[in-house]
Write a protein that binds this ligand. Sequence first.
Ligand SMILES: C[S@@+](CC[C@H](N)C(=O)[O-])C[C@H]1O[C@@H](n2cnc3c(N)ncnc32)[C@H](O)[C@@H]1O
Length: 328
Amino acid sequence: MFENINTPEMSVEEFELLGKLIYDHCGLFFQEDKIYFLRKRLSKRLEFHQMTSYRDYHMFLKYDPKADEELAVVVDLLTTNETYFFRENYQLKAFSEEILEEIASKKTDKKLRVWSAGCSTGEEPYTIAILLKKLMLRAKFRDWDVEILGSDISHRVLGVARKGEYSATSFRDMPERYHSYFHDVDNNKKRVSDELKSMVTFMHLNLLDTTRIGLLQEMDVIFCRNVIIYFDQAAKKTVIHNFFDLLKPEGYLLLGHSESLMNLSTAFNLKHLKNDMVYQKPGIEIPEVSVELPGAEKKTEPALSKTVPDTDEQNKESVTWSQIWKEK
Ligand SMILES: C[S@@+](CC[C@H](N)C(=O)[O-])C[C@H]1O[C@@H](n2cnc3c(N)ncnc32)[C@H](O)[C@@H]1O
């Protein structure tokens, strides 16, 4: 493709200004060698707004009343949205054959909340729905209340996810037997069944928006695969911290195969399963209680139990217990 000869140059200063603005907005981090990439991706926006410099465009993104709308367009232009059904299948096997089995045997409230964070066009949350649907036919999960949340920062990909129509490339790793969850539509596409659609809620969410994430219900499992690779260390730490706070005790965090928590967080336990290694939030620890009696030697008593089973009621109760102990 020939480059538009009218595309203005981007100075290092302009690159830094735009890079910072984009980073602050969504965590995407561009090294200095990405100046050409940024210039090329944003050039059409300058053309569209009939602007002659990236400095003007930066001012527009910072101060114009329509800046939020424009930032949404910028996010669509700069994010990588590659995804497909049954991506990283060994991990999905660990999820359905080991993690869910464990959850089914431990949880007594029969509620399961799974979040696909950075779900792009929806193949990941629908894959999770297929795996859960399969399990819900079995006695262990039959009358469970299952909620799957798919979220992304890009409005465009969420539009595709909600529509639920996919072409052949999305199905390249999906086992043949699951095609029954889709039906043919025009343009050689297949549409996801209403049954699966009803299991997934899609939401626009920036993973760096700690306030909004704090308002979500607690999750049993969070998938965040192939998302944080595009962030710098500080943004990764913020996102992982948000996940930790939102997970239930003993909840699981599943990252992409090239991602890890190394140098990011030591708060999770790395758990070796048969099919994969995954991160797990520790269970609730009941702290040792220091009993101070007037005139007596300080004595430390062991906690009654280390890990409290993971049901909502019991969590609430155990928090109250430890508060009473601390105050005594
Ligand atoms: C490569 S896709 C991964 C899709 C899917 N998780 C998978 O592994 O197949 C990365 C997605 O992360 C989204 N993303 C990037 N930055 C984000 C942010 N700050 N908040 C939420 N989503 C973000 C992008 O819009 C993109 O759709």
